[in-house]
Design a protein around this ligand. Sequence first.
Ligand SMILES: C[S@@+](CC[C@H](N)C(=O)[O-])C[C@H]1O[C@@H](n2cnc3c(N)ncnc32)[C@H](O)[C@@H]1O
Length: 191
Amino acid sequence: MSQGELDAARAHLPAEVTLLNERAQALSIEAGTISCVVSHMALMLMENIEQVLGEVRRVLRPQGQLAAVVGRTFLLGAVNEVYLSMLRPILKEDAAPLPFGDRRTRTEAGWTELLELGFEHVQFEDVDVKWSPLPDELWGALTGTYDVDRLSLPARELLKARLFDAIAPLQQSDGRIATGWGLRLVHARAA
Ligand SMILES: C[S@@+](CC[C@H](N)C(=O)[O-])C[C@H]1O[C@@H](n2cnc3c(N)ncnc32)[C@H](O)[C@@H]1O
């Protein structure tokens, strides 16, 4: 639904690929015409996920596949809890709560419940994208993630200072931190 992202995609894709600017809750695609629906880091952000999955099921052919990568743990390793425990109090002080997405998209049990209607052979795979950044590289990536991007400049600076202090004991001899992104692949077939 983001024209900016669709423009970026258009620049890379062959002309015969059709791009649609529309919400996943209401697709213009004809029922039963799609073999495979793939989604990367998007379903866990969407409101009314039951309607979204209803649309996915509607457009898929019987036995058509859904393969979706969604968030699992956020950062891998010890740095995750350290980071979240620094972020939470600063976020509470600095930015209004902005809940989005359906909690059920965060767990396997939640997905099993969501896919009960209309899907079968539900499978999960943990996908760990390992990465060993220097603190500045980690910070650069975090500033592009939800919630840090909403913080005021002073709140960001405070978070950065506290985070760098807290992760110092986690740095390896080369200064890097063993972490990465903890993702989940959800795979199911249309019943
Ligand atoms: C974190 S970005 C991921 C983008 C891309 N798949 C990637 O991995 O780089 C989430 C995407 O979900 C899209 N999105 C969020 N809610 C949506 C909805 N209800 N319908 C369609 N797209 C939606 C946003 O426009 C954004 O492009």
